[in-house]
Design a protein. Structure first.
Length: 108
């Protein structure tokens, strides 16, 4: 299993091509998306773990279909303003719990 793409976005369009509008500075409010594309020879389950100030705010469990070349696209989202300001992070966890990607952003 390997990550072929990952990003934290303020907007995510999906279709034939997925477009992630990357976070540029602090997030004022609204929804934040964590987009990942994972290449795997077999179907697996991954998790997106969202934290604020080191405390878990949400964990999304996602099925990833086998796609060993370009990867399987998936995402989760979190409404950050509702949960408050602070130092936010989101991690991609492998089936064994290892962190294989991590992104940080802030909410003032």
């Amino acid at each position: 299993m390997r990550v072929t793409e990952a990003g934290v976005c303020t907007a995510l369009s999906r279709g034939a091509v997925w477009t992630c509008t990357a976070i540029d500075g602090p997030v004022q409010d609204g929804v934040v998306y964590y987009y990942t594309r994972v290449a795997s020879a077999s179907d697996i389950e991954v998790r997106h773990r969202w934290t604020r100030d080191g405390h878990v705010a949400h964990v999304a469990t996602l099925d990833v279909g086998a796609n060993p070349s370009s990867g399987y696209r998936t995402f989760s989202r979190q409404t950050v303003a509702r949960l408050g300001s602070g130092a936010w992070a989101v991690e991609l966890l492998a089936p064994n719990g290892d962190v294989i990607d991590a992104r940080q952003f802030s909410v003032p």
